[in-house]
Design a protein around this ligand. Sequence first.
Ligand code: C2E
Ligand code: MG
Ligand code: MG
Ligand code: MG
Length: 289
Amino acid sequence: GAKEAGRNAFRFFTPAMNLAAQDRLRLEGELRRSMDLGELMLYFQPILATNERRVVGCEALLRWCHPTRNIVPPGQFISLAEETGLIIPIGEWVLRQSCYQARRWLDQGYDLHISVNISTRQFREQDFRQVVESVLSESGLPPQSLVLEITESLVLEETEQLMEDLKLLTAKGLRFSVDDFGTGYSSLSYLRRFPAKMLKIERSFLQEVVHRRDDAALVEAMISLAHKLNMTVVAEGVETLAQWDFLKECDCDFMQGFYFSRPLPVTQMDAFLADHFKETPPNPEKGST
Ligand code: C2E
Ligand code: MG
Ligand code: MG
Ligand code: MG
């Protein structure tokens, strides 16, 4: 009967495929519930001015504190969230939390911008602009303090409505940033059409920059290109002093990376701000402030 047919259908799957499919399905169910269970959390990674090591902003990075899988990094669930559409409510939650947190820092005297990653799918939602505008007004965060990070794949399906919404948001003072610049296949045409004010150089370009002349030339060229387009440049993935020195030489505006700080939970970010918000000398003496 039906049971028999079901069992036959089952045989088309190899045990490994079946396990992967089951695992995915379980993960999807868990992700669906994660928001209600309060398992999603934001970490914040400081963004610093290259010439003086001063904190100018931070990037909100999503973490899933799973009860049995510990902390799941976004690389393991963002694409699932995108495929299932869960990124829409999750992304709105991220945006709201980020704006409220940035507002709190502003109230404490820390004038930072907050960078929020936006998935292409979120961005294409009909009411994207309205969501951003209402989150800004609810939280009281000035639009100038919000940066939306978008990756290059977006350009493929831009519509007139989308470009219109972008212009309206930009007119309010909000900034867009092109994330992971240099890795897509349409980087330059993207810059021509997209009204971005910031450009983030993908960290793979930084990795060998001190040893490889070609990488150094590419990074220098990206920075000067961005500056000619009146964009602010952020280097991501700064892990060494030598990389920082190189970025200073090339007049890179901002930087972010493990050399300065990993992404931090909010209380640790508070402590980092207390130590680093003001310009600090290269080797600050303990207790000098
Ligand atoms: P991204 O937006 O390019 O974020 C930067 C990633 O580089 C973060 O990984 C950060 O921890 C890592 N990173 C920063 N500095 C260094 C460094 O010096 N060395 C190394 N090795 N890595 C560094 P994370 O947090 O695992 O996030 C990965 C990606 O997941 C993000 O890349 C972003 O594309 C996505 N993501 C994170 N949070 C969100 C979110 O709230 N919404 C959406 N749509 N995507 C998100
Ligand atoms: Mg980003
Ligand atoms: Mg990036
Ligand atoms: Mg990335």
